[in-house]
Design a protein. Structure first.
Lengths: 311, 397
């Protein structure tokens, strides 16, 4: 399948314009890039847990989706879609339906890292053929910027505010991509909306996988991260360039680094433009900045090692 | 494990349910094991493993995911079943409302078991009563035969275009689920014809007509909920009609409730579930002694057949309601008592009404206990007074 822009732009949008996500939101960019990787000859069922993407694209009696769509609850998009996929297999096997379908879930980090983790793990273990995409903006944005398991250490959120006794979130994020990879499913990847061709390639592989596949895609939120709305793609790019968000894939168990930054930028270049990290640049928080850089360095070395880039 | 094409068999209630599931041959079953429902999932897994059904069996990692998968599957046009009880039903709570709110037909046996704490695996009706406002149809069963029959009828009720609501078939934990009972099975072909095929008006798997299931609704929410209430009311005649049709293939009569001696009864006892058997025995004993006792065994708790019950009870002076759960409203008794009592509010002639809360956590409802209660009811009926409105039968006090 082509990843040429001149071919991709000819694809019909599954998520149409007119939705009510914020201007500058990373989520619809992630959705469109991923769905550019969907095969042309199949029908789609799209699913969302409760969240920004859901409330902004399905305001009754309208829908922004040019495909069948289901929203059930917050913590169960993976199990809801499991049921749809099982129904598809059953009806197809019985000859009750003819068309080919693919199933794709778009969950935020709240609905994936945290409350939806059990349902996701169950669906992966059972082997349902679905593409699960976590559009990761590192906090519960729909309810007003509360911390999640994806939030970086040091970040201000409305439930991890910085104050006299606090520098913001005190814990590092969890490695969800690693947790998913431990399920030994056919395809797992980390992606960023700044690297669109990489996203499309990964989506093509995810849709082609004969089993569950998972893409964790960084999709910045200017409301929650506190930066000017036109800088969304730039922030996503800085996350990759500083190795805060390494881009890699795990194809049938084989780790592969898909983007190697020419020059690894200091993490401060990524943190500085974001209001959620502004307090870290005060003198008393210098140690926190240092510890974030150490965490990123260590994680980057680990990923490189797993990808066979270093011994 | 599966019993094929035999007529009369001796099986436990859970096997009877699994047998009904085999005959219905649902497109998808998503379930999670929990005592005392486990044998249903086990027996059906064996049926699926032997290739006796077309069902895709989804062995989910929780009841929450069981109901979620059922919602996803039913939205995709599949005929769907699951089974649960107690804590499992509790874990499904938010999804119960979503299944009914999305107007998705599905059938779920709930093997009634008490709710923790303290933890207890035995029968009472607290679990399903907790879901009484969730928009599910709830049908009680007295024994394995009724559980089997209810499951088959539930498919038709749930998928009726005037209804489109999920149905919970209630059967007492252990007493029905684990006791060997005589069950008359209907021929496979007859069941197949009776349930027919699901014909969903909308499905996510129709490429010419993609649908948006579960949209974000601000301004029409109230209207959706009003329609749901209407669907539940519509279920009353549908339950009766399906029961009439079912009689033709089974010879067994159901309807909304069963009556005994109500044509001349002076006082009546109301019960649901397996306790009805013990109570019926006592009512029959009294009647053979010339005492005009009557009984109503409630089958349909949701929808609640208020008008029909008022009519059936119009001639009695005293009504005693047996509840296998309580409302924790602070001494107001059980749910059936409260709803029946409320139903009589507009009536000129109101019977004396008392409540017997019994059998919580599997406390046995013995013949002696029912006999003791009957003596008290008889006394109240002749004095026209109830010293105690809410009674706890068989409680150590």
């Amino acid at each position: 399948m082509s990843t040429k822009l001149k071919d991709l732009v000819k694809k019909e949008d599954v998520l149409t314009s007119g939705h009510r996500l914020c201007a500058g939101c990373g989520a619809p960019v992630a959705v469109r890039q991923i769905l550019m990787g969907a095969p042309d000859d199949v029908e789609l069922v799209v699913a969302n847990p409760t969240g920004c993407l859901e409330v902004s694209t399905t305001i009754y009696p309208y829908s922004s989706w040019n495909a069948s769509y289901i929203h059930c609850a917050f913590e169960n998009v993976a199990s809801t879609l499991s049921g749809s996929e099982a129904a598809y297999r059953s009806l197809k096997k019985q000859g009750k339906i003819k068309d080919d379908y693919r199933f794709v879930a778009f969950g935020g980090d709240g609905g994936t890292y945290d409350i939806g983790l059990q349902a996701l793990s169950g669906a992966l273990e059972r082997g349902h053929r679905m593409v699960y995409v976590c559009y990761n903006n590192e906090a519960y944005m729909n309810t007003g910027i509360q911390r999640s398991g994806a939030t970086m250490k040091g970040a201000w959120t409305s439930t991890s505010p910085h104050g006299k006794d606090s520098y913001g979130k005190t814990e590092n994020r969890k490695d969800l991509t690693g947790i998913v990879a431990a399920h030994n499913i056919p395809y797992v990847a980390q992606a960023s909306i700044s690297n669109w061709r990489d996203v499309v390639k990964k989506a093509q592989k995810a849709f082609a996988a004969d089993g569950p596949s998972f893409i964790n895609i960084l999709a910045p939120c200017h409301r929650g991260w506190r930066y000017p709305m036109e800088e969304t793609i730039e922030l996503a790019r800085l996350a990759v360039q500083t190795c805060v968000w390494p881009l890699y894939e795990i194809e049938n168990g084989k780790w592969n680094l898909t983007t190697k930054p020419k020059e690894k930028k200091p993490v401060e270049e990524y943190l500085k433009p974001q209001g959620r990290f502004a307090h870290l640049f005060k003198d008393e928080n210098r140690e926190v900045l240092k510890s974030i850089q150490e965490y990123v360095d260590k994680d980057w070395e680990r990923i490189k090692r797993l990808c066979g880039e270093t011994e | 494990m599966a019993v094929i094409n035999s007529k009369t068999v001796a099986i436990v209630g859970n096997e009877a349910v699994a047998e009904a599931m085999r005959q219905i041959n649902p497109d998808v079953v998503a379930a999670y094991p929990i005592t005392p429902q486990t044998d249903i999932v086990q027996a059906f897994s064996a049926i699926a493993a032997d290739g006796l059904v077309d069902t895709e069996l989804v062995n989910v990692e929780s009841e929450h995911s069981a109901m979620s998968a059922c919602i996803g599957a039913a939205s995709s046009g599949a005929r769907v079943m699951t089974a649960t009880c107690s804590q499992g039903l509790g874990l499904m709570w938010e999804l119960l409302y979503i299944a009914s709110g999305l107007r998705l037909p599905m059938v779920m046996p709930n093997v009634n078991r008490s709710l923790s704490a303290p933890i207890n695996i035995h029968c009472d009706h607290s679990d399903s009563m907790g879901a009484r406002d969730s928009g599910w149809i709830q049908l009680f069963s007295e024994n394995a035969q009724e559980a089997y029959d209810n499951i088959i009828q539930a498919v038709r009720i749930s998928e009726h275009p005037d209804v489109y609501l999920p149905v919970m078939v209630l059967m007492d934990g252990f007493i029905i689920s684990h006791a060997v009972d005589r069950v008359d099975l209907i021929d496979d072909e007859k069941v197949k014809n009776f349930v027919g095929e699901r014909n969903a008006p909308f499905t996510m798997l129709d490429p010419n007509n993609p649908v948006c299931v579960g949209p974000f609704v601000h301004s029409y929410y109230f209207e959706f909920k009003r329609q749901q209430e209407e669907a539940m009311a519509n279920a009353l005649p549908v339950i009766k009609n399906v029961s009439d049709e079912f009689e033709k293939i089974s010879g067994r009569t159901y309807g909304l409730f069963e009556t005994l001696g109500m044509e001349d009864a002076e006082f009546a006892v109301i019960a649901q579930g397996s306790g009805a058997g013990t109570i019926r025995h006592q009512v029959e004993c009294l009647r053979s002694n010339g005492i005009r006792a009557g009984m109503i065994k409630l089958r349909s708790f949701r929808p609640f057949p208020a008008e029909e019950l008022i009519k059936a009870l119009s001639g009695v002076k005293t009504v005693a309601v047996f509840d296998r759960s309580t409302t924790f409203a602070g001494g107001m008794g059980g749910p059936v008592f409260n709803e029946l009592r409320s139903s009589f509010y507009e009536q000129e002639a109101k019977p004396l009404m008392v409540n017997y809360v019994y059998g919580l956590g599997g406390r046995d409802l013995s013949v002696e206990l029912v006999k003791k209660a009957m003596e008290e009811i008889l006394e109240m009926n002749s004095s026209g007074k109830a010293e105690q409105k809410i009674n706890y039968l068989g409680l150590r006090e």
